[in-house]
Design a protein around this ligand. Structure first.
Ligand code: HEC
Ligand code: HEC
Ligand code: HEC
Ligand code: HEC
Ligand code: HEC
Ligand code: HEC
Ligand code: HEC
Length: 470
């Protein structure tokens, strides 16, 4: 089968029922044909393939059966296989795949890559020691890749860029619908940043970035890069994503865009260039398979070496109040420090939050973060106190209860740990972690506990492997 014909996925048939179709047929059609309009869809059958995942000793296969796409993990004597519910990613660089277990979506460890034109392990699963279909698809994935409906994800909607359209649908007029090109500079950029700025992490509505991209950053977004360009810095916001990319309508002629500001070039410039991006916006190989920029949006004269000065976290656009920023930087430092194994980063986050605790004593996220740092520092009794307060404020947070259970158990209070884990399981019955923590608290009940999980997720590889090894 010809790769190009099957990989750039066919656009969805246009739904005649689309609420904007009758008056804006051209925009509906054009958006449906872009990668953005195609960022999620029910999975269709694709060419079969397989790969070996060395870190876990698994064979992962993708194949068709009964007109559907299936993924399968085989390891030793056992295997698990699911029909694919959704494809995430248009495939312009890569596509991921989602399966449904019970009411929950999980990401398959197999992805399809355009560069190498093969099935291979999905980003983040490379060194996973126990490959399984157990990575929960978060609300965040779906907020950027779909209309955000976790029960039944649909393509990105018009409202995600044009704002709420209820009033416009009732009495259509230019006055009651937002058009990004008519917004102020900052408001216009926020439309694209909502999904195109991942940063290092997001804390509530604030995005946390390094004060300048590092060469080795996993995520250096188009938004951050463009903001570093002289073109953007010295044109007081005239240059924005829409200067070079059109969401509907004809693609932008980028050379003309450049020439609109650079009508004449210096005499030192290489003579009579026919286009501008091959030298000033070169392409780089991808580092994380989906969320790094491929095309350099810094628009430099010549490629510049990365500087070695230290980098610090900051809040994008200095959004929020000073208190909100300080809180976000504290939480982010601890999160990134844990992710990157940096005790200094964790300590700096701890110091920031400890300085705020009097003002934020009823903030469950702050209490949890401080509690977990104290636990790392072996101050378990204080850690427990903070985590218990956090649970009291946020009783339906299953991962939070798992954390408290770990602390309770380390203090020898197995009974409280079990109570927290049972509550966590009742809140999120498909989280394998809670069951495994429970087996550590009740080794004699190990089999019964794992069988409880297998009743809900009969194919769970982790639990089945655990039952095979006594
Ligand atoms: C019954 C017809 C109708 C429907 C349905 C409709 N619109 Fe409109 N739309 C209009 C009219 C009329 C205008 C004003 C055109 C003008 O003044 O040039 C408009 C203008 C717009 C504009 C602003 C264009 C500009 O120049 O700034 C946007 C954006 C827009 N519509 C989006 C939508 C979206 C999104 C939907 C679906 C949720 C939608 N419309 C549904 C009739 C409709
Ligand atoms: C609701 C989230 C969301 C918003 C808002 C959004 N994007 Fe995207 N965009 C995506 C996703 C997801 C992809 C990746 C699509 C894929 O290939 O699967 C993407 C891909 C793109 C691409 C690369 C593919 C292409 O079409 O060539 C461009 C360029 C782009 N977006 C521009 C914009 C601009 C400009 C804005 C603001 C006007 C914007 N986006 C707003 C989610 C969004
Ligand atoms: C903050 C918004 C955001 C979040 C959260 C997000 N993505 Fe993305 N994703 C994007 C954008 C935008 C792109 C387009 C490429 C780019 O900008 O680097 C993309 C690209 C991808 C691609 C490659 C698409 C292609 O055709 O090139 C895949 C696959 C993907 N994302 C899967 C996921 C999964 C799975 C999750 C959740 C674990 C997730 N994304 C979370 C915004 C997001
Ligand atoms: C990813 C952001 C994004 C999404 C999603 C989006 N639009 Fe737009 N829309 C824009 C931008 C930006 C413009 C300004 C012109 C351009 O860039 O093409 C625009 C312009 C328009 C206009 C004004 C006429 C024009 O073409 O300039 C209409 C009408 C419109 N959009 C309708 C829709 C409808 C209907 C949908 C849903 C099918 C939709 N838009 C989805 C970003 C978006
Ligand atoms: C909205 C106007 C605008 C657009 C569009 C624009 N630039 Fe610029 N650019 C500027 C300004 C202003 C400067 C800073 C003054 C100068 O060097 O001319 C600049 C600087 C530059 C520089 C020097 C950067 C450095 O490191 O000193 C290069 C190279 C450049 N632009 C290339 C491009 C290319 C290529 C494009 C199209 C992809 C482009 N520009 C589009 C406004 C723009
Ligand atoms: C000065 C022109 C210019 C501006 C401004 C610009 N881009 Fe791009 N962008 C390009 C070029 C050139 C490419 C590579 C060819 C293509 O896909 O059109 C590209 C590619 C992309 C891609 C595809 C993935 C990749 O890295 O190749 C995404 C996503 C994207 N841009 C997002 C954005 C966003 C978001 C903004 C606003 C923050 C933005 N771009 C602003 C010129 C621009
Ligand atoms: C063959 C590679 C190449 C192409 C194609 C190219 N440039 Fe350049 N550009 C350069 C180099 C190299 C420099 C640095 C020259 C110097 O050091 O004085 C430069 C410098 C610049 C500068 C900084 C100020 C100046 O005038 O020297 C601007 C602005 C610029 N280019 C814009 C453009 C635009 C606009 C286009 C497309 C019409 C373009 N370039 C195409 C290689 C290229």
């Amino acid at each position: 089968m010809i790769w190009s014909a099957c990989f750039i996925f066919a656009a969805l048939p246009l739904l005649a029922a689309h609420p904007c179709q009758s008056c804006h047929p051209a925009q509906v059609k054009a958006f449906g044909l872009t990668p953005m309009g195609n960022a999620i869809a029910p999975a269709s059958v694709l060419p079969a393939g397989s790969f070996v995942h060395a870190a876990s000793g698994s064979i992962v296969q993708s194949f068709a059966r009964d007109g559907r796409l299936w993924h399968r993990i085989e390891r030793g004597k056992i295997s698990a296989e699911y029909p694919i519910a959704y494809r995430i990613g248009s495939g312009s660089h890569a596509a991921g795949f989602l399966v449904r277990v019970g009411n929950t979506l999980f990401q398959s460890p197999a992805a399809l890559y355009r560069d190498k034109q093969v099935w291979a392990v999905a980003p983040g699963y490379e060194r996973h020691p126990r490959l399984d279909f157990d990575r929960r698809v978060t609300a965040q994935c779906l907020d950027c890749h779909s209309n955000g409906n976790a029960a039944d994800p649909q393509p990105i909607s018009c409202d995600q860029c044009h704002g709420n359209s209820a009033a416009h649908l009732a009495r259509p007029s230019r006055a009651n619908i937002s058009n990004p090109v008519r917004l102020t500079t900052a408001a216009r950029e926020v439309v694209c940043e909502r999904c195109h700025l991942t940063g290092e992490t997001r804390i509530g509505a604030l995005t946390i970035v390094y004060d300048r991209p590092r060469q080795d950053l996993r995520v250096v977004s188009h938004v951050e890069q463009l903001s570093l360009s002289e073109c953007s810095r010295q044109s007081s916001g005239k240059l924005w994503c829409g200067s070079c990319h059109s969401v509907h309508g004809e693609p932008v002629n980028i050379t003309s865009t450049c020439r609109s500001c650079h009508a004449t070039l210096s005499s030192a410039h290489p003579a009579a260039p026919a286009e501008c991006t091959s030298c000033h916006m070169p392409r780089r190989p991808a580092s994380d398979g989906g969320h790094s920029a491929f095309t350099d949006h810094r628009i430099q004269s010549r490629p510049q070496a990365a500087s070695n000065t230290t980098v610090q976290l900051r809040v994008w656009r200095d959004a929020g109040t000073p208190l909100e920023r300080e809180r976000a930087l504290g939480l982010a430092s601890i999160e990134i420090g844990e992710r990157d194994n940096s005790p200094e980063m964790i300590q700096s986050g701890y110091r920031r939050l400890a300085g705020l605790i009097n003002r934020l004593e009823r903030d469950p996220e702050v209490l949890t973060a401080l509690g977990m740092v104290l636990f790392l520092k072996d101050q378990k009794v204080d850690a427990r106190k903070l985590l218990r307060s956090a649970v009291a404020l946020r009783p339906n947070d299953a991962p939070l209860r798992e954390k408290l259970a770990v602390v309770e158990r380390s203090l020898g209070d197995t009974g409280s740990a079990i109570a927290q884990l049972e509550k966590a399981i009742s809140l999120e019955p498909l989280s394998p972690r809670a069951y495994f923590l429970l087996t550590e608290c009740q080794p004699a009940q190990r089999r019964t506990i794992l069988e409880r999980l297998l009743q809900l997720a009969p194919q769970n590889l982790l639990a089945r492997e655990a039952l095979l090894s006594p």
